[in-house]
Design a protein around this ligand. Structure first.
Ligand SMILES: Nc1ncnc2c1ncn2[C@@H]1O[C@H](COP(=O)(O)OP(=O)(O)OP(=O)(O)O)[C@@H](O)[C@H]1O
Length: 235
C-alpha cells in the first residue's frame, strides 16, 4: 500500500526478520517500517504472529535473522496476557516495578493505583483480582515504567464492556501523553475506535499496513479481505 511515501515522525524499522520456532518460521518480514508516533493496531487471524511481533518489538525475543532498529531512544513496556502475580497484595504487585527502577516512589505507586481505579483494592491479594482488575494492575505497572512505547497484547480480551471502555480510555491517555501504543486485537470495532494505523499479519507476514480508514474501506490483499469478512460475520 504505497508504503514508500509514508513519513513517520518516529518509527521502528524491521529488516530481513525471521523468527523460527521448532523449525517453523513464525515471522518473516523482509522490510517494514512501523510508526511509533500514534496508536497502531496489529490484527490478523489466530496464530498469525501478532504476539511474536510485539515481543520482538519489545526486545523480549531476538530474531533468528535480521534487525529491529528504532529511530528514537526507545523505552518500551510490554503487557502480555497471563502476567504472573506474586502471592501478595495489589500494591505489592504494583511495587515490583521498583525492583528495576528505584527512582519510582511510593507516592507514584499510590497515584497510579488511583489512576487505574484500584485504590480500593490496594491490600487485596492479587490472585483474588478479577481479570479486568488484573489487567488494570498490569497497565498500572506499564504506566510506572514511563515508557515512550507501550505494547499491549489483546488488552481487552475477556473483559466486560465497561472495563473494556476503561482500558480503552487508558490507551487514549497514553497517546495524549505522547506515549505511542501498538496493540493487538480481534475486536475490529475497537480497532476502529482507537487506532490510526493498521498492521495486518497473516502466516507470519505483514500482508498489509496503512491508515485505518482506507484499510477497512478498501483492503488491498485477498488475505485481509477474507479476514475482515470472517471477523465481521463473527461479530
Ligand atoms: N514459544 C513458542 N514456541 C513454539 N511456537 C510458538 C511459540 N510462540 C508462538 N509460537 C507459534 O507461533 C505462531 C504465532 O503465534 P503468536 O502467538 O505470535 O500468534 P498471534 O497472532 O498472537 O495469535 P492469537 O491471535 O491466537 O493470539 C503460532 O503458530 C504459535 O503456535
Amino acid at each position: 500500500m504505497g508504503n514508500m511515501t509514508e513519513q513517520f515522525e518516529r518509527y521502528i524499522e524491521l529488516k530481513d526478520i525471521t523468527v523460527i520456532s521448532n523449525g517453523r518460521t513464525i515471522l518473516n518480514i523482509p522490510h517494514a517500517t512501523i510508526p511509533a508516533d500514534r496508536i497502531t493496531a496489529c490484527i490478523g487471524p489466530n496464530g498469525a504472529g501478532k504476539t511474536t511481533l510485539l515481543k520482538l518489538l519489545d526486545g523480549l525475543i531476538k530474531p533468528d535473522t535480521g534487525t529491529v532498529s528504532y529511530s528514537f531512544s526507545n523505552k518500551t513496556a510490554l503487557v502480555l496476557h497471563h502476567t504472573p502475580m506474586i502471592k501478595a497484595s495489589t500494591k505489592a504487585n504494583m511495587s515490583m516495578v521498583m525492583d528495576t527502577d528505584s527512582s519510582i516512589s511510593t507516592l507514584e505507586i499510590e497515584q497510579v493505583l488511583e489512576r487505574v481505579g484500584l485504590k480500593s483494592l490496594t491490600s487485596t491479594p492479587a490472585h483474588k483480582l478479577s481479570a479486568g482488575e488484573r489487567q488494570k494492575l498490569c497497565l498500572g505497572r506499564a504506566i510506572l515504567q514511563k515508557p515512550n512505547l507501550v505494547l499491549l497484547d489483546e488488552p481487552t480480551a475477556n473483559l466486560d464492556p465497561n472495563t473494556t471502555e476503561q482500558v480503552e480510555e487508558m490507551i487514549r491517555e497514553f497517546d495524549v501523553q505522547d506515549t505511542d501504543v501498538i496493540f493487538s486485537s480481534h475486536q475490529l470495532a475497537q480497532v476502529q475506535r482507537l487506532a490510526q494505523y493498521i498492521i495486518f499479519i497473516d502466516h507470519g507476514e505483514i500482508k498489509e499496513k496503512g491508515p485505518v480508514g482506507p484499510f477497512f474501506l478498501n483492503p488491498q490483499t485477498q488475505a485481509a479481505k477474507r479476514y475482515l469478512h470472517q471477523e465481521l460475520l463473527a461479530d
